[in-house]
Design a protein around this ligand. Structure first.
Ligand code: ZN
Length: 320
């Protein structure tokens, strides 16, 4: 194998498969609010093709689903079966575990309490953030972007109330899903987004400290993007700035990966951290795909995308 600078490189330490925003529903094709076509039934075929391909490679250690496995338009009496159906497709992956994260569309269908057990996210008190270390050199952090959110928690839950307070303060529109009249990154204060809460920020701080002590490189995964350069402003995590300020206090985080912004994006921030937002499976016209896998090396990660998911080389050492 030869890298972009022409030098021979070693084999990857490991690799993993990934897909984002499957948003399956057994309903006719439709369009987003902005008129972008959505292919609700076809997206499940993409997931099936993805799993088949990952299995055929026989080397991926795990798969990460970046959230929104079922669409909000899924008839509610079918939500449970539909989530199970998509999870079952993921379970056809034979190489190792599948790591899920929750997205807003998952929460439109099922309350957090039901969803977490179906997605096999076994955490305390409905929390959906966790970390894992597939090899000693690396740690993956999966953030819960709807920790503070107006969707998914019971209506009188303190986290719902905290989210509604933020929306009242930041978004003057009657329809809190509308970013109308909000400018720049302020457009993120809409109901289909959320925030990482105080306890989760403290937990993340602890994980980053431990990773630093263990000399591990960290990949942060979150349904919502964390950098305005890589995503549309109305798709960002409400407190992306707070989370990134924390991440920037350490040197261990090399890459932040996200979904939610269906067109995808890529950017490197002022601290050299790569931000890659994945193209959605939902918006692939029939016969096309958006999934991929990542080869992880000591000094870079390499995304190999299929069709609409663009391949991206992410080098940790800036070119001299
Ligand atoms: Zn989403």
């Amino acid at each position: 194998m030869v890298s972009s600078n022409g030098l021979a490189t070693s084999q990857p330490l490991f690799s993993f498969g990934l897909i984002s925003d499957v948003q399956y529903a057994d309903i006719p094709d439709g369009r987003s609010f902005l008129g972008v076509p959505r292919y609700y039934r076809h997206s499940l075929l993409i997931l099936q093709r993805a799993v088949k391909e990952w299995n055929s490679h026989q080397r991926h250690k795990f798969v990460i689903n970046f959230g929104d496995i079922v669409d909000g338009f899924c008839p509610k009496d079918q939500s449970l079966d539909t989530v199970k159906k998509v999870v079952d497709e993921f379970e056809m992956f034979t190489g190792g575990p599948v790591y899920h994260m929750i997205g807003n569309h998952c929460l439109y269908n099922l309350p957090r309490s039901k969803l977490l057990s179906l997605l096999k996210i076994h955490t305390l008190d409905g929390r959906a953030y966790y970390d894992f270390s597939p090899v000693p050199e690396y740690r993956f952090v999966v953030l819960d972007a709807y920790d503070i959110s107006a969707i998914g928690w019971p209506q009188d839950h303190p986290k719902t109330l905290e989210a509604l307070k933020i929306l009242r303060e930041k978004n003057p529109n009657e329809d809190k899903n509308s970013p109308t009249n909000l400018e720049g990154p302020e457009r993120r204060f809409v109901m289909f987004n959320g925030a990482v809460g105080k306890e989760q920020v403290e937990w993340l701080d602890g994980v980053l400290l431990e990773s630093t002590n263990l000399k591990q490189k960290v990949v942060v995964c979150c349904h919502l993007p964390l950098h305005p350069g890589a995503a549309t402003e109305e798709t960002l995590l409400w407190n992306y700035d707070e989370v990134m300020n924390l991440i920037h206090r350490y040197n261990c985080v090399k890459v932040c990966l996200a979904g939610h912004d269906h067109k995808g994006g890529y950017s490197i921030d002022s601290h050299g951290i790569h931000h890659r937002v994945f193209e959605a499976a939902l918006e692939c016209p029939p016969g096309t795909d958006a999934f991929g896998y990542i080869d992880v090396y000591d000094d870079r990660i390499s995304l190999v995308g299929t069709d609409r998911m663009k391949s991206t080389e992410m080098d940790f050492t800036p070119p001299s």
